[in-house]
Write a protein that binds this ligand. Structure first.
Ligand code: FAD
Length: 374
């Protein structure tokens, strides 16, 4: 098995620019791929991290409702969590919230004991080592370009010459739809990149957060809502927001790719999304441009936090799959072609679920090609 990675290191994009949270499986619709692979993947992840000395810790987290509408959504979250096999979820009142997080404030809350934190860059490095120990190879700085099938083999043109493969697995993250199209697939979805920006808490404010404090997600935009997270390497991160990125590697406002932007703007789904959710989008832009607005969102959860407690930190770019109708693709999505498997959508909690997703990919890949052999 050969893995090619365009960048000079593994986890250069989403896997190395995320919140570092081992998700419990609380949010996901029971029966969805996300629910199944997150639950399965979390267990496998913990075992792998322990075996391969990847820094991680189970911390638990609280989800805080700050008004009555959010309390209803909180009850639905608890129901989903139980349906997804979580045990030990506690319903909290204002005092219960303060017992877990003395500086957090809310009307009601949930405590989820299974959530944790991990160093996903270290995980990716350990996975690369495990592939090589099992006889595979990981080649860095090799970018796939043109792809075609000839004599039952994939011919992969790269910046380091031609490679041949019997089976093609595309895990290209923000570039996955483009790679799929280059391989002759016709995915309906388009990847639209959204940047999530983070702040760290200044040392003087870090005592305000013990572990993880989350808002109740809006069911229409489950990935929105800034949260506070203790990081495995130390410190507390706040974020991420979500603003349209002008490049699939658009980690800053000034990162612009004409090709990427054109692909976003020429896709009818993008305009439908913008038109439908203009107000939400503008709120996210405001939080990007104004530290005061970012702090205001966090103050709903921890009122003592002030604007000056926030220090700009890095960002990550989400590979958000979008349908032509402007609907965000919520679940993981795979598409199969002749001896090819395209992972078209692997958003959060795909880092938590990575080992289970890998197993799912292997299962599908092993089954590929049998039809033509018969
Ligand atoms: C802001 C943010 C916060 C998140 N927080 C969490 C979290 O706390 N917990 C969690 O479980 N999940 C989280 N996620 C989700 C998780 O990080 C991602 O879903 C997961 O990392 C996706 O992995 P991937 O391998 O599909 O994509 P990526 O990690 O983006 O990898 C795709 C790779 O493909 C390579 N590539 C692209 N094109 C080519 C080419 N032509 N040739 C060769 N290589 C190519 C890229 O260089 C890249 O390294 C978060 C995501 C974001 C963006």
């Amino acid at each position: 098995m050969l893995v090619i990675e365009a960048e000079e290191r593994v986890a250069a994009h989403q896997s190395g620019h995320n919140s570092g949270v081992i998700h419990s499986g609380l949010y996901y619709r029971p029966g969805s791929l996300k629910a199944r692979l997150c639950t399965q993947g979390r267990a496998e992840l913990l075992e792998f991290c322990a075996q391969h000395e990847v820094p991680h810790q189970i911390t638990g987290k609280i989800v805080v409702a700050t008004n009555q509408r959010e309390c209803q959504a909180l009850a639905e979250l608890a129901r989903r969590g139980k349906a997804n096999g979580l045990t030990g979820i506690e319903h909290l009142g204002p005092d219960g919230i303060r017992e877990h997080e003395p500086h957090a404030q809310g009307v009601e809350g949930l405590y989820v004991p299974q959530t944790g934190i991990a160093d996903f860059r270290a995980l990716a490095k350990a996975l690369a080592r495990a592939i090589e120990e099992a006889g595979g190879e990981v080649r860095l700085s090799v970018r796939a370009g043109k792809l075609r099938r000839e004599n039952n083999l994939w011919q992969v043109q790269t910046n380091h010459g031609l490679l041949q493969a019997r089976k093609l697995i595309n895990c290209g993250g923000a570039w996955a739809d483009r790679i799929a199209r280059a391989a002759g697939a016709r995915p309906r979805i388009r990847i639209v990149p959204f940047r999530g920006e983070y702040h760290t808490l200044a040392p003087g404010a870090q005592h305000l957060v013990r572990n993880l404090i989350y808002p109740v997600p809006d069911p229409r935009f489950p990935f929105l809502g800034v949260h506070l997270t203790r990081m495995i390497a130390g410190g507390i991160e706040a974020g991420p927001n979500a603003v349209l990125a002008f490049s699939r590697a658009g980690y800053r406002w000034r990162d612009v790719s004409a090709r990427d932007l054109l692909e976003t703007l020429s896709f009818p789904g993008s305009w439908k999304l913008f038109a439908r959710h203009l107000k939400t989008g503008l709120g996210e832009v405001q939080r990007s441009l104004s530290r005061a607005a970012f702090a205001k969102a966090l103050k709903r959860l921890v009122p003592e936090l002030e604007e000056q407690d926030l220090i700009s930190a890095g960002s990550g770019v989400r590979a958000q799959a979008l349908g032509p109708d402007g609907v965000l693709v919520d679940d993981f999505q795979f598409e199969e072609g002749p001896n090819a498997l395209h992972v078209l959508s692997a958003p959060s909690p795909a880092a938590t679920a990575s080992l289970a997703i890998g197993r799912e990919i292997a299962r599908r890949a092993l089954g590929m090609g049998h039809e033509s052999a018969r």
